[in-house]
Design a protein around this ligand. Sequence first.
Ligand SMILES: Nc1ncnc2c1ncn2[C@@H]1O[C@H](COP(=O)(O)OP(=O)(O)OP(=O)(O)O)[C@@H](O)[C@H]1O
Length: 262
Amino acid sequence: MSSKQSVLSASGIVAGYTSRPSINGVSVELSKGAPALGITGASGVGKTTLANVLYGQLKPAAGRVTFDGAAVSKLRLGAKKRFQTTVRKVGQNGFFGLDGESTVRRVVEDDLKAARKAGRASGESVEQILDTMFLEPRFLDRRLRTLSGGERQRLTLALALSTRPEILILDEPTTALDPTLKDKVSARLRDLIAEREIGLLVFSHDLDLLARLCAQVHVLAEGTFVETGTPRDLLVSPQHPATRDIAEAYPEAVRALRAVQE
Ligand SMILES: Nc1ncnc2c1ncn2[C@@H]1O[C@H](COP(=O)(O)OP(=O)(O)OP(=O)(O)O)[C@@H](O)[C@H]1O
């Protein structure tokens, strides 16, 4: 395993799908052991766009994304494999790039093989990987296309964790989970992130989820970060109108935080 701590850095990012970019001059840095960061914003504001830029899946119109100093878009061969196992992204759409006919066992084995090749093997079994996200061994021979949305979401999280990433980017990771599973999954993620010192970035409109996972949150609106604070600050005393709109969606979380304060 590499002894040096990886750094994923994006600076001056301008990106989007039209002449009016969704992201307009944003910078983010992630590294192993750094406090967990959240990025929130209204639907359609550009969270997934920025996540895709950070993971090298979308070329920005301006700005630079680097992994340990090298441009992410130019990584090839061994360097690319190292990036793909050291930095993992879980997207909203579940199995991006995976064959729906593959079995759960097969995709976990493939990721464990990639982890071994990149020197990131954890020694965990396929069953142990599934268990990190509360998936029982009965799922092993199921085809991906037969899994429910919540099962897919948990499997993609388990796969991402299987290569022992140093940096983890999650884009709306719990939208398909019921409240009980959201509690269990977010608590497990919080523990694993702390234990393994994973540099975490979570994109979500769900401030309640961000309050469970992140130390600091940026609010994305009009292409830039309009406000930054702890999840508690943003929920209890939002300053920018965009933050107020998001906080209003979580009255229960606000009440719970106020009760703790009093
Ligand atoms: N492939 C695409 N082609 C054209 N426009 C796109 C494409 N993907 C996203 N967009 C547009 O870019 C803007 C930002 O989308 P993005 O998915 O980044 O937002 P988001 O903040 O992640 O939204 P949500 O919270 O609803 O998932 C939106 O207006 C969206 O319609």
